[in-house]
Design a binder for this molecule. Structure first.
Ligand code: GUN
Length: 290
């Protein structure tokens, strides 16, 4: 069994990206620019956005945060997005989710120009990914894929994804299909989930249910990517973070597994930086050779 050290892998990739960004600045005088729109006061969202800003700063991406009040109307938000779509100084736009309930998230993600859609959530980008000709790929699934590539040959492998969200599960299923894996996309109505998991070489857990996956669900030598970040109380009533997989229960059985924290999270932020860089090149018809 092996711990897949997402923190270390992301840190190495961030160093490489930093060099590329320095090259871009030196040779073309371009500094990619990301704008993050944060609506309301969700404490978790505030932390995520802060972490994105810090990482952007570290690697050499210019980032700005547009803070809007929780009462902002859908129309005002759409107008704000449109002004960034038309702003030649902005390469990448991210609207932090979740949104207040009076705002339609699909309308918002579709309002972002697909060429600035750093999350890859709008329907054009999801459609292109589903057709196997991606323009930009959602950050968390892309981060999971990079981690998988360090451990397994995906061609012909059997992978099950737990959770069909638009942010993780669905795009992950397209990405793995494009990589020639045989994919099962499981969800809350799936029958015989345990047996299905036992039949797969790879499990991607993205349900939001703490420690849902137990050792008797897991095939010997499976590779597990745990996307969950759940806060629970431990035995001493201290708040701790756990994934969707019961890590200590499955550990002796698996080939490799990501920890929580320090697994997928840092890779998501890396991929956000990489996507910003990529969009800044694509928009200018500059060569993109990852
Ligand atoms: N909220 C949780 N994950 C994400 C993400 O990947 N992108 C955005 N925009 N919001 C999120």
């Amino acid at each position: 069994m092996k711990i897949i050290n997402g923190k270390k892998i992301a840190s190495n990739l961030n160093e490489e990206l930093k060099d590329r960004l320095q090259g871009l600045k030196k040779n073309k005088n371009i500094v990619p620019t990301l704008v993050v729109i944060l609506i309301g006061n969700n404490p978790a969202s505030k932390i995520y956005v802060k972490n994105k800003q810090i990482k952007a700063d570290e690697v050499g991406i210019k980032s700005t945060v547009k803070m809007l009040s929780a009462e902002t109307s859908e129309k005002d938000l759409l107008d704000c997005i449109d002004s960034y779509n038309n702003d030649n100084d902005i390469d990448a736009i991210l609207v932090q989710l979740p949104l207040p309930s009076h705002i339609n998230a699909n309308k918002v993600t579709d309002a972002i120009s697909y060429e600035k859609d750093v999350d890859g959530f709008n329907s054009k980008n999801i459609g292109l990914l589903a057709q196997g000709r991606p323009y930009i790929v959602p950050c968390t699934p892309l981060g999971c894929l990079k981690l998988l590539h360090t451990e397994v040959n995906l061609i012909g492998s059997k992978a099950i994804i737990l959770g069909r969200s638009n942010i993780v599960g669905r795009p992950m299923s397209y990405l793995l299909t494009n990589q020639n894996a045989t994919v099962t996309l499981a969800h809350s109505k799936t029958k015989n989930l345990k047996e299905l998991c036992l039949d797969n070489d790879i499990i991607i857990a993205a349900t939001g249910i703490p420690k849902m996956v137990k050792s008797d669900w897991v095939k010997e030598k499976a590779v597990i990517i745990d996307v969950g970040i759940n806060q629970i109380d431990d035995k001493n009533h201290k708040k701790i973070l756990v994934g969707d997989v019961d890590y200590s229960d499955v550990f002796s059985k698996v080939k490799a597994i990501t920890p929580v924290p320090g697994g997928v999270g840092p890779m998501t932020i890396h991929c956000l930086m990489e996507n910003t860089f990529k969009l800044s090149l694509l928009r200018r018809n500059l060569k993109y050779n990852f």
